[in-house]
Design a protein around this ligand. Structure first.
Ligand SMILES: [Zn+2]
Length: 243
């Protein structure tokens, strides 16, 4: 344990270097880092490097959780926006401090792997994005664009039932985040109008409130999503919740 003091000092010096070139206010990034470390979270930063797991990190920030080593590794462009790194730290905070598990398919090779991974990320974002935007109002612009792109891919109303289910799932996924993070933004109004077209706004609002109340309890959160969707998706027997 005597090495920890030395490692701690090295880490602090490295982190100072890592954060200095970020664009925007780095004070919240520093203080969230300090909070995570004080609570025993291990976290390393790799500016200018890509994740060997996902190959992301060159264009936007990304965070990998290494279960075997109990460590987070964050990859991001050297001059990334401060809010993007803060965003990844919040993913780590949700898991490490609040105790949120990750929802995954079991076995990992299950064909639903990708959609379950996306949904897990959306459940994280119901926690992460409101806090990111509250700290960095400029992050709203990023999420406006991101959700606008997403809205463009959502099937229009009145299609065949399978497409209609896809549409409902997509709209509800967005509704986990938007009314909480950016209640008055034009993109939230656009999604609200889509939900209204199919009379899904009430169930969407109820789901969103239940997910906020569930906090880190993803089992409860996904139950609220399944009820709003009206389908057992993702199927109970094909997902696990791991720490
Ligand atoms: Zn994220």
């Amino acid at each position: 344990m005597t090495d920890n003091g030395k490692q701690g000092t090295d880490t602090v010096e490295k982190n100072a270097q890592y954060f200095d070139r970020l664009v925007g206010d780095i004070a919240p990034v520093r203080s969230l880092h300090d909070e995570l470390v004080a609570l025993g979270t291990r976290i390393e930063y790799f500016p200018g490097a890509t994740s060997p797991e996902t190959l992301n990190g060159d264009l936007w920030a990304t965070a990998d959780w290494h279960h075997d080593e109990s460590i987070w590794r964050l990859y991001f462009p050297v001059t990334a926006k401060a809010h993007a790194v803060y965003h990844e730290q919040l993913h780590a905070r949700f898991k490490a401090v609040d105790g949120a598990p990750m929802m995954k398919t079991f076995p990992a090779s299950d064909p639903l792997k990708e959609s379950v991974g996306q949904l897990n990320n959306d459940l994280d974002h119901a926690y992460v994005v409101p806090r990111e935007v509250a700290q960095y109002p400029e992050a709203a612009e990023y999420w406006e664009k991101d959700y606008k792109r997403f809205l463009g891919k959502i099937p229009s109303s009145g299609a065949v039932s399978l497409t209609q289910l896809q549409r409902k799932s997509d709209l509800l996924r967005a509704w986990l985040v938007l009314p909480v993070a950016m209640p008055d933004s034009p993109i939230t109004q656009a999604f609200r109008a889509e939900l209204v077209k199919d009379k899904w706004l009430d169930i969407g609002d109820e789901m969103s409130a239940r997910v906020q109340a569930a906090g880190a309890d993803k089992v409860l959160a996904i139950h609220a999503f399944r009820e709003a969707l009206g389908r057992g998706f993702p199927p109970v027997g094909r997902v696990i919740f791991t720490h």
